[in-house]
Write a protein that binds this ligand. Structure first.
Ligand SMILES: [Zn+2]
Ligand SMILES: [Zn+2]
Length: 339
């Protein structure tokens, strides 16, 4: 089924060469997609993975955003209604687009992949210690206590070596800005859609703590090439590459990479999330972001196994199981620090 992909790409090139219309292309695509979905039928509802899903998890398919304006080759910032943020000077961007425009671009890119049985917003396959596993099976293993959760996240929260401020991020005039910065190099660019998970998590901070949760995405700004998969190195790297966005104490940065050793890491003003960690099982992305951003506001890690803490996103097992709220103690810590 991987061949199907190569096939479409070469046919598209061919059609381009002979100057065929977009209609011609979409017909070809539909025929192949129909065959594809027939072969997917048998595995629907089960925990079986298709060849394309496995290839996707292994990073063998092209990135779904390739050849779009947000493929990282240009500096593109996404804001609510394409307004130019005051912290950006003209050389800091090639284009500013709205969230609505971004959604259109992304959903088109996503639809192309869905035809082949892979949804970049909901990839079914994950690599657990290098082997493909259905995410539902991975989650079941977490629930059954069959997974070593310690690999999910570094035990000590990484610091930022150059930070000299003793205070953390805080709302100013009731606002905090979250800058989402995906890695733009081909080794680290995220292979799956993370936007909704990130902003759904961020919206919880807005509603729970009564702050105005501002948001933006910046493509083409973070080059993590050469960093490898070390989680601490990743945090240092993003902090160095994204300083221009931090226009005061009410600006925080969260990055996305495809793979690093752990699910996530946070420092004082920065955090990084992985689509699929090299070790252990992936945490649901919304809870991953919620957990890492909570560290920015001083909520600590609360143990690996569920019995070590109350039901709370700061505990690894509960985060991995998708518990999207805080215990009272951690809720209070964040509330005291966020404003
Ligand atoms: Zn943590
Ligand atoms: Zn807690």
């Amino acid at each position: 089924m991987l061949v199907v992909f190569d096939c479409i790409i070469s046919r598209r090139k061919f059609l381009k060469q002979i100057g065929s219309t977009a209609v011609g292309l979409s017909l070809v695509t539909n025929v192949v997609a129909a065959e594809q979905s027939k072969s997917q039928e048998s595995s629907r509802g089960s925990s079986q993975l298709s060849k394309n899903q496995i290839a996707y998890a292994k990073g063998e398919l092209p990135n779904y955003l390739n050849n779009t304006i947000v493929d990282g080759s240009q500096k593109v910032t996404v804001t609510e209604s394409a307004e130019v943020p005051e912290y950006l000077s003209e050389e800091d961007y090639d284009a500013i687009i709205s969230f609505k425009e971004f959604d259109t671009i992304e959903s088109r890119a996503r639809d192309k992949f869905i035809e082949f049985g892979v949804d970049p917003k909901n990839p079914k396959a994950t690599l657990v210690d290098g082997k493909p596993m259905h995410v539902d099976v991975a989650r079941k293993h977490v629930k059954a206590g069959k997974v070593d959760l310690s690999a999910g996240h570094p035990v000590a929260v990484g610091g930022e070596s150059f930070s000299t401020q003793s205070s953390g991020p805080k709302a100013i005039n009731g606002e905090i800005h979250l800058h989402v910065v995906p890695a733009s190099d081909s080794e680290h660019e995220p292979s799956a859609s993370y936007k909704d998970a990130t902003f759904d998590a961020w919206a919880i901070f807005g509603s729970e703590f009564g702050i105005e949760a501002k948001r933006s995405i910046h493509f083409g700004h973070w080059d993590a090439s050469g960093v490898g998969t070390n989680t601490d190195d990743m945090l240092d790297d993003i902090a160095g590459d994204t300083d221009k966005f931090r226009d005061g104490d009410n600006h925080i940065v969260t990055g996305w990479v495809d793979k690093m050793d752990n699910n996530g890491i946070a420092g004082r003003y920065h955090s990084v999330n992985a689509i699929d960690p090299v070790y252990g099982v992936p945490w649901p992305h919304e809870q991953l972001v919620q957990h890492e951003l909570s560290h920015n506001f001083e909520a600590p890690d609360r143990g690996t196994a569920g019995y070590e803490h109350k039901k709370c996103v700061m505990n690894y097992e509960y985060a991995a199981r998708g518990i999207g709220y805080w215990c009272d103690v951690d809720h209070d810590i964040i509330e005291n620090n966020i404003k």
